[in-house]
Design a protein around this ligand. Sequence first.
Ligand code: NAD
Ligand code: MG
Length: 400
Amino acid sequence: MKKPTVITILGATGSIGLNTLDVIGRHPDDFQLFAVTAHSRIDELLSICKRFQPLYAVVGSQAAAETLQTKLQEQHIATEVLFGEAALVDVSEASEVDTVMAAIVGAAGLLPTLAAVKAGKRVLLANKEALVMSGQLFIDAVRESNAQLLPVDSEHNAIFQALPTAVQHNSVSTDFAAHGIAKILLTGSGGPFRETPLADLATQTPAAACAHPNWDMGQKISVDSATMMNKGLEYIEARWLFNCQPQHIEVVLHPQSVIHSMVQYVDGSVIAQLGQPDMRTPIAYCLGYPERLASGVANLDFANMGALTFGQADAARYPCLQLAIDACWHGQAATTALNAANEIAVAAFLQGNIQFGDIAKICESVLTQADMPAITSIEAVLDCDANARRIARSLIPRGQ
Ligand code: NAD
Ligand code: MG
């Protein structure tokens, strides 16, 4: 019998984390949970520990750790509870671990994800912000450690699936010319405000922004989808994951989210990956690679699907997309600063402190005001991130 894959799930209580557990639950003999982590949702983590019996659970604070440990003991569950950033790193790089699902949202995922990469793990990357904020350093670490980086993000997973097997083996060093690849066609639905009158856009509420027409996701990525900053971050993510030059990536609007992205070849062929808008498909692909695992996702029903349509993203509607594309080719500091500014602006929007239309304005102002030093270390990444957050916070009106 095959040995089970030993896995750590960073961000187990989130949308990606829970979908990962759903797929793993369908294959109990194939996976063994080493650790699960969550920032604050202790009861959710408790029920995960009950069902999956991981060796470790990691939470954000000592108080949360004590609460969870007591509840686990009451229920005779042997999971050991740890807390803090160092513990996140420990459970990512531990020698027993084969695979790390990197599904913490935002910059908080950088150090544990990087630790998994440096330890040469199979890293299932959902946490796109970690790659966006550290770019070349992250990819250099992948090359040095021979970690296997598999993209969970549905678009990048589709692209990965549409690439030749030889390229998949080292996709961070993809040679477009050598494999006859013309470009990547990165699809995006346009989010919930694709048809909202432009005049009404600036004042949209958090509830409306989080109501994505096709996908059910965490709050931050839902807002990013509404601004299309998500597509911008994904553009940067694709650049690093697949070693792209500017002519190698094109964003295509595709409102139905059936095609998850495509690869165009020099002979005119386009290879696409299609599926339901359900993250269990890319998650199962990464968990099983190169084998296919049943994911619980329904088959596509072509007879009743209706039309698939395509278009171009309107620059006036989605200023964040262009900010991200420009930052991508400007340099590392620009993408680190943009990611940080966006995290602050999105959190302020979700708290009701700024309007939807202010997210792009804050990001743009931070890019104008922030220093753009050359970035050659993770310390420099963290400095640049902290500086951009400071500037972004200074642009948010107080007391609202
Ligand atoms: P989510 O908000 O649902 O969950 C986030 C997880 O991260 C939770 O487990 C939370 O406890 C943990 N977390 C949050 N802040 C933390 C901190 N400071 N320290 C440690 N842990 C922390 O988010 P999500 O939608 O699951 O997204 C996770 C990542 O996957 C994001 O980077 C997102 O861009 C990416 N992603 C998500 C989807 C999706 O469908 N949800 C699709 C593609 C990519
Ligand atoms: Mg995506």
